[in-house]
Structure formats: C-alpha cells, structure tokens
Design a protein around this ligand. Structure first.
Ligand SMILES: Nc1ncnc2c1ncn2[C@@H]1O[C@H](COP(=O)(O)OP(=O)(O)OP(=O)(O)O)[C@@H](O)[C@H]1O
Length: 713
C-alpha cells in the first residue's frame, strides 16, 4: 500500500483508539477510600485498569500485524501494544498485549509467503501474515509508519529500518524497553518455558539485560497463577547498575520485583548489615596495575570458595557438626532426676529429624523445658520445689549453651580452622586460600567470595525461607560462582532461572566461571537450555569490528560479535604526544561530542585513582563531570568519568578510553577483557588515546582503522 494512504489509515485508527481509551478511562468510576474489604479489592482492580489505560493513552501500540487465520480465513488487523485492551462494546481484543501468544508472530515473522504458526494455550494456530507494520506514536501523535512486510510487495531491505532508527537514537541515564523491536532470537528467550534454567552467552550489546527484564514481564503475564512479582529476584552486579535498569520493568507495567545484589541479599538473609564493612573495595584489590595483581589472580580464592568442591567441604562440615551436636550425656535436673541421653537423642534425631538444626535446637530446648516443668510440678513441698527449680534451670541454661549458637559466620570460622587442621590430609583447597581466609576472618573481614558459602551454611542450619522464589534472573553471570546458584536453587520449589552473561567480559575471573559448563552441570539436561546471542545491537559496525580484534586476547575462544548494519564513524586511536595537555584534550572531546548531540559521554580511565584525579581536574576547570565509583547508588547520565571495571553493563553515546598503553593494558586476558568491556560501551563514537607505547591489544584494531581510512580516501 502506498505509504501516504497507510499513514492516513493509521491516523484515523489512532484517533478512534484514543477516543476508545479515553471513554474507558472515564467509565472506570471513582476511587474508594472506605474499609470494606471487597470494595477495596475492586478499587485496586480499578486502579490497575486506570494505570494500564493511562499507559496506553501515552502510546497505545507500536505495531500492526494482519493475520489470516487458517481455520476462519478472516483477516484481522492486530494492533500490538505494551498492554492489552478490549473493545468495550464487543469484548473483542482491541489492542493485543505484546506478551500474548499471537503477538509472537510480530517478532518472529521475517517475511515470505509461507504459512506461519504460533503456540496458543489450546495448541498451535496456523495462518498467513499479510502485513507487518511498525508504528511510532509519541505524545499521542502518529510519528512514523514503516511497513516491514506487505504481501505481494517488493519488501526490499525494509526489515531493519525501524530497528536502525531506534538504535540510532541517543541514550539517557536509563535502559529502555524494546517491545517494539524485539528480534526473533531474543523473542525465543523471552518466551521460553518457565521451569528451566536458561543459560545465555551473549555478545556485548546483544540485549541480555534487556531481554531478561522482558522475560520477567512475559512470565508474569503468561503464568499469572503460578508466579508473583514479589517472589522474583533480579541479581545484578552493583547498585548503580540496578539504578540504571530500574526504569524498564515499570515501563513494562511490572512492579514489586526485587532488584538487588547478591551481597545485599545475603546481608538480609543473615541479618548482618555490617557483614562486608571491612572488605577492601574490589577495585583496589583486583583492578590495580602491575605485578601484585598477577599473583592475586593465580590464587583465585573466589573460584575455590565458590566451587562445587568447596560445597562438598561445607556439606561434610555440616554433616559432622550435626552428628557431634548433642552432648551425649544425660541431663541431670537435680540429684536423682535424670533425663536420659537416649531420650534426648530420640527427640532430637528421630522426632525432629526433618527440621534443620536451628529449629531442632529450639524444639528440643522447648521439650526439655516442658519435661522439667512437669517434674517440678510433681514436687509437693513448695520450698524444695523452688530450690530445685533454681538449680535445674541453671543446669538447663548450661546444657543449652553447650549446644552452640549456629551463627553462620562463627561456623564459617570454625570450618576454616578444621580445614587448616586437616590440610595435607587430602584437602584439595589451596593452603594459601585457607590461611588467607583464616587471617581475614580473625580480623572479621568478610569478602564477596565468602558470601555464597556463608549463605549455604546459614540455609543448611536455619532452613530455607518459607516464601520460595518463583524465578531468579542472574545478570553478568560469568562473574557468579556455581555455589551461588546452588544457594538460590534451594530457595525455590522448582528451578526457574534466567542466567545471562558474556565470558569475554568476565573481568572478575578470580571468582567467576571460565566455561558455561560449570553452570549447565548444575541442572538436569531436561531442565536447562543453553543459547548464544551473537548479534550486537548497541554499537555501530565500526565499533564492534574494532572490539572483535580484542576478543582473541580474552582466551575465551568466543566467536566474533555480529554488528547490525549500522554504520558510523571509524574508531579513532590516537597517540598523545609529549607535552600535549591531556586535560585540554579530554575537554575538547567532551565539547565536540556535546555539540554533536551526544547525550551521554564517558571518559574511561584504567583505575579508580586515575578516575578520581581526572574527574577532580575536570571539575576544577568547570566541566560538569560526575565520577562513578564503587558502592555508588545512582547513575545520572551526562558526562561520566569512570574506571573501566565499573563500566560493565552501562552504555554511553560517546566513549573516550584513556591511557590505553602497554603498561596499563597488557596482552594478558584480564586486561583484554577490561578493554573489551570498555570499548563495547560506546553506541556511536569510540576513541582511544595513549601516551608512550600503545597497548598490544590495539594492534589489530589499528590496522583495521588504517585499512578503512585507506579505503575511504
Ligand atoms: N531488539 C532490540 N531493539 C532495540 N534495541 C535493542 C534491542 N536489543 C538490544 N537493544 C539495545 O542494545 C543495547 C544493549 O542492550 P543490553 O544492555 O541489554 O545488552 P547486554 O547484552 O546486556 O550488554 P552488555 O553485556 O554489553 O552489558 C541497549 O541500548 C538496548 O536498548
């Protein structure tokens, strides 16, 4: 159809839709503030409707699919939006929720006249697609109409036009939803069945974080009766990243999902707000420059303490501790009145055996106290009773005290003392790790890598929370140790995970995984599936091709990322000559990019100290830059100065990578991963500068850039 006519047709439909939405909003009725419970429930439902319709009023739909269903031969134009709406008169769907089964066709259909099928709850439904149209509505006005497929039309190269238009936009300080342009490979992940562990290796910028958030919205829609938002958790690497992604779920109409870090989750579980207080910031410890770092990497204490081998050690310790827990002596309340050890053991080991140790301990002491009260009640003489009550209660307190407190941290210390005593006795934990951890624990230093074992101990002794988790998302999962997944698994009735990451960005290799098999091994083959996303949507072709030259240095054997066909400027690699003023150079970079409309600009330094000094220097010169540092809660966009290891997960319109020299970025995998992360943060523009000798990691990239410049001249 001719585009003008299409535009007019859609204009008319939009007007009609707006009227329908407004009418429905008006018809909702007033709010209820009284005490009647049923009325309150009805009011909550009305409020939900009001929110949903409010969202639709701002942007009613983004796509249209004309689908001819095989059985009826009727062609229906299906308008697809972020939420669904029915026609108030007929009850027929007026706008289809993007998560509805039929809407999957909008995402998976890639052209051609072949019949298509989608999975409805009643079974597969076949038919033909006659039209696929992208519609952009902003501020209630129709902005763009792009047909990406018209039956019988020429359909040349239009498929990606709308996607490219979206990718070309500038970004602010929040990740956005992508409902209008979800790609087929992403849609498959979003709509995967609930009771699986989805493990996804995705190239930088392939949409992993975004897809995971959309998957949550999908699960809540599709499995309304089985999952609740408050029983879903998203784990992300740090609080700033959480702030960055916090807008997506509300945009998708999803509230109440807990978005947290594993550290905060464990702190809550153990109820120890100061647990990590003495931990040295990871940045200083692992992302410094120079030799000290290499020794630390070899030790990899986190890999050891987060491994399944270590889980076995914990389990052995737990079993031994439980076996030795009861003192094994009779309890003598007063001379001649004995509760035999065999009775105590029968209660403890037989009757209460289904309880974890901590509640068992509570039940046992309650039972013993009841026994004592009964015995005391049988004493007729009040004076003797009083006397015996006093002695026996003292003895009871002493008995209970010997039972041990079951505090995870104390037990963890005890475990390491046991390991130290057993060393050389076939304990396959490196001596250095045992000794270092003991030293730390003596000084009450708990590190990130101790969190999963601590949680494991706590759950083993205290039992798992009564409120089980319905679904868990683990983002940046390449940095997650297998034991963490085991911890989360026991907090679920049935394993339901979305696990996403990129081994090439595994900058926390000292505690993360090296191969995805380390995770697949944790789930039975019929309850897991592994996917790869290679297409990268964030950056221009030039940036992805440049980043791909760093990939071989990461030692991950991952295939290169595939860029979408979005061409930009060549990546710039520039040597700063002696005497050239670094700060002026950076200021200039910022000024030029601001002028060119770049909304988010990052100046990325190698270490935390470098970033802090640099940010201060820029502030002194009146540049409004904000420093991103560890432990930070919010991300404000604009101009950021940031150490490379903290850029993970974020993205910026323009990136200046500083000090890309041979000392700060060696050819070692851990440096290659850092540079890979840094380079792939840029959407539109990337520039690298160095003084002295260039990093060996940029050699391939330099050649690429030179070749493309030669081609262009
Ligand atoms: N289908 C899509 N349509 C439009 N934009 C998309 C699509 N998929 C991804 N993007 C965009 O690509 C960018 C990268 O997405 P996201 O941050 O989710 O990727 P990631 O795989 O988690 O990245 P990384 O591992 O590099 O942190 C975001 O700006 C996102 O909006």
């Amino acid at each position: 159809m001719e585009m003008n006519r299409a535009y007019e047709e859609e204009q008319a439909r939009l007007k009609e839709t707006m009227e329908e939405i407004s009418q429905q909003i008006e018809g909702i009725g007033d709010r209820y503030y009284g005490d009647n419970f049923v009325e309150q429930l009805l009011d909550a439902k009305r409020e939900e409707d009001r929110n949903r319709l409010g969202l639709l009023l701002a942007e009613p739909y983004f796509g249209r699919l004309d689908f001819m269903e095989e059985q009826t031969d009727k062609t229906l134009p299906l308008y697809i939006g972020k939420r669904g709406m029915e026609d108030s008169k007929t009850g027929e769907p007026y706008i289809i929720d993007w998560r509805a089964p039929v809407a999957s066709l909008f995402y998976t259909f890639t052209g051609g006249e072949e019949p298509v099928v989608y999975e409805a709850p009643e079974g597969p439904v076949g038919g033909e697609v006659l039209l696929k149209r992208n519609l952009s509505v902003r501020k209630q006005a129709l902005e763009r109409v792009v047909d990406s497929y018209v039956r019988g039309g020429d359909n040349l190269s239009l498929t990606d036009e709308f996607l490219l238009y979206r990718l070309g936009e500038k970004k602010d300080n929040r990740l956005r939803d992508i409902v209008s342009t979800i790609q087929a490979e992403q849609d498959r992940i979003i709509r995967a069945p609930r009771l699986t562990a989805l493990i996804i290796q995705g190239a930088a910028g392939s949409g992993k974080t975004t897809v995971a958030l959309h998957r949550l919205a999908y699960l809540l829609y599709q499995y309304q009766d089985q999952v609740r938002p408050e029983r879903m958790v998203i784990f992300a690497p740090n609080t700033m990243f959480l702030d960055y992604i916090s807008g997506v779920l509300p945009e998708l109409g999803v509230g109440d999902v807990r978005q947290t870090t594993f550290a905060d989750w464990v702190i809550d579980l153990l109820d120890r707000p100061k647990l990590l207080e003495k931990d040295m910031a990871e940045g200083k410890q692992w992302f410094s420059v120079g030799n000290a770092r290499n020794e630390q990497f070899e030790l990899s204490p986190g890999r050891c303490k987060g491994s399944l081998v270590f889980k076995d050690k914990l389990d052995q310790f737990i079993a031994r501790y439980e076996a030795d827990y009861l003192p094994g002596q009779d309890f003598e309340a007063w001379s001649g009145k004995v509760l035999p050890a065999a009775d105590i053991a029968a209660w403890f080991r037989v009757e209460y055996r289904h309880y974890p140790l901590a509640p068992r301990r509570e039940r046992l002491t309650a039972r013993m106290n009841r026994w004592l009260e009964m015995e005391l009640n049988q004493i007729g003489d009040p004076k003797i009773r009083k006397e015996r009550s006093k002695t026996s209660k003292q003895r009871m307190r002493a008995y209970v005290k010997r039972l041990g407190e079951l505090d995870a941290l104390q037990l963890y210390r005890q475990l390491f003392d046991t390991l130290a005593a057993d060393l050389g006795d076939g304990v396959n934990i490196p001596v250095a790790v045992v000794e270092q951890t003991r030293r730390d624990l003596k000084k009450s230093i708990v590190r990130q890598e101790d969190l999963a074992p601590l949680a494991w101990l706590h759950l083993a002794f205290h039992g798992t929370p009564a409120q089980k988790l319905d679904h868990v998302v683990l983002d940046e999962a390449q940095d997650v140790p297998p034991l963490q997944i085991e911890v989360l698994k026991v907090c679920m009735n049935e394993a339901s995970f979305t696990i996403l990451g990129d081994l090439a960005q595994g900058i926390h290799a000292y505690r993360g995984i090296q191969r995805w098999e380390e995770f697949t091994a944790l789930f039975s083959p019929d309850r897991r599936s592994y996917h790869e996303l290679r297409q990268s949507y964030r950056s221009t072709m030039e940036i992805i091709e440049f980043a791909n030259t760093i990939l071989p240095f990461t030692d991950t054997l991952l295939p290169p990322a595939q860029p979408v066909f979005r061409s930009g400027e060549p990546v710039r690699i520039r040597e700063l000559t002696e005497g050239e003023d670094r700060i002026s150079y950076i200021r200039n970079f910022i000024a030029v990019n601001e002028q060119d409309g770049m909304a988010t600009i990052a100046v990325i330094a190698r270490t935390e100290e470098d970033s802090a000094a640099l940010c201060q220097a820029l502030l002194n010169q009146g540049v409004e830059a904000s420093l991103i540092s560890e432990g930070q809660r919010g991300y404000s966009g604009g101009i950021s100065v940031v150490p490379v290891y903290l850029t993970k997960g974020l993205e910026f319109d323009a990136v200046l990578l500083l000090d890309v020299d041979a000392e700060r970025y060696t050819a070692a995998p851990q440096d290659a991963k850092l540079l890979y992360v840094g380079s792939t943060r840029a959407l539109h523009r990337l520039e690298l500068v160095y003084q002295g000798e260039a990093s060996p990691l940029t050699e391939g990239g330099s050649q690429l850039v030179k070749a493309s410049l030669r081609e262009n001249t």
